[in-house]
Design a protein around this ligand. Sequence first.
Ligand code: SF4
Ligand code: SF4
Length: 434
Amino acid sequence: MSLTFRGGIHLPENKNTDQCTITRPREPAYIRVPMSQHIGLACIPVVKPGEVVSKGQLIGENNNGLSACIHAGIAGKVLRIESAINQNGRRDDYIVIENDYSGAVSPDIKPCEKKISELSSDEIIDTVRRAGIVGMGGATFPTHAKIKSAIGKAQKLIINCAECEPYLTANHRLIAENAKDIIYGAKILLKACGVTTGYIAIEDNKPDAIADLKKLLKGDSLLSVKVLKTKYPQGDERQLIYAFEHKELPAGKLPSDLGYVVFNAETCFAVYRAFSTGMPVTERVVTVDGDCIVNPGNVIVPIGTPFSDIINFCGGFSKRPDRIISGGPMMGIAQWDENAPVTKGTAGILALSKDMYHREIPNCIHCGRCVGVCPMHLMPCYFAAYSKINDYESCDAFGVKSCVECGCCTYVCPGNIPIIQYIRIAKSKLTQKK
Ligand code: SF4
Ligand code: SF4
C-alpha cells in the first residue's frame, strides 16, 4: 500500500516532460551568480573583477555560520560584482562571469580516492561543505549542517523523490537516468549520519523510476524503496515523515527530533559528483514547461545561466506568457526579470498564459475548505483575514509560523483569496519584528 499523509490535494499533474531526456544546451555567454543561494548567511565574493576563473573554482564563501560555498560553473573572466534584488526580493551581490569557452577546470577538482567504508563523518562533512551542497529540492538548507544536526539523533534516512509540484520532472529524469549514482550518494550520506536504515521515498506516478530503483536495490541491506501516494504536498519533509511514522512534527522541531533525516535526490547526486569527480555544485537540472514554451524539456545548466538563454534553447515562447515562475506553480516565485539566473534551488522555469494566482481580492465565504486541506492543520482563513488588516500578532497566535507555504489553501479557496500571499506578508513582518 502507498504511504501518505492527512490533508493536501490531488492536483492536475501536468508532468508533460517526464519522458524528456535531460539535455545540455551550449554554455551561456555569461553567468550571473548570486551570493545568497541557501538558507543562512550570504557568501562573500573571493574573486575580483578582471580575474580569470576556471570551472569549479571557489568564487564565494562565508565561514561565519550557516552557509554554502559558491563556485564558478564556467571558465572565463569576472566582468564585475554587482548588487541587485534577487528572486526573493532581497538585495544580493552577483558575480558576473564572461565565458571564454576554454572549458578550463580548476586544478582543485580531484576525486576522492577513499572507499565509502574508509571515510569518516568529518571527512564527508568537510567535502560536502567545500562542494557547496544544499537541499536542491528548493529548501536550500546547507547539507553539511543538516548532516551535523542528524548525527546521534537520526536513526533513519529518507531520500525524498516525491517531486509533488505539478509540471516538475527534473528529479524524476535524474533518477531515471542516474539511479546508480543517486544510490551511491545516498550511501555516502548514510555513512556521514551514522545511520544504517535508508529509504528512497517516491510517488506512485513514477513507475519507471520505481522499477529501476527496486531492481538496483534488490537485496540491499541499507536502502529500500517506499512508494508514496501521489498527492500534494507529499514532498514536504513533515508530510513525508507523517507518511512513514504517522506522527506530526511539532512546529519548531526538526525531522531528527523524530529520528529522521531527509535529503533530496538531486542533493544525493551532488554528493556523488563531489566524491567521484571532486566537482562542487556548479550546475543543476531544470524542468522548462508551461503552455507558452515551444519545446518543453529538462536541461542541465551552469548555476547563474539566465532564464532567457534556457527559454530560447527550448524554442522560445509560442505566445506571450502571463507569468514566468521560478519553481513549481504552487510554491514557486513569479519573476519580473526574464534574465533572472538559475540558482541551486531552481527546479523549474514555467511560462504560463493563465494566471494561476488570483488578482481580485474578494471576501471569505466561510466554507472551511482551506482548513480541510491544510496539511499542517492550521486555519488559513484567519491568516488571510488578520494579515489583510495588518494584525500580524493574531496571525502569529493562530500559528502562521507553522505554515509550510504549500499553497493548498489558496488553490482550493472558492472565494479566490490569495491566502498564501497574505501568509508570506505576515511571516515576513513577524520576522522583521524579531
Ligand atoms: S496555511 Fe500554509 S500549510 Fe496550510 S494549506 Fe495554506 S499554505 Fe499550506
Ligand atoms: S477557502 Fe477561502 S472562502 Fe473558504 S474559508 Fe478558506 S478563505 Fe474563506
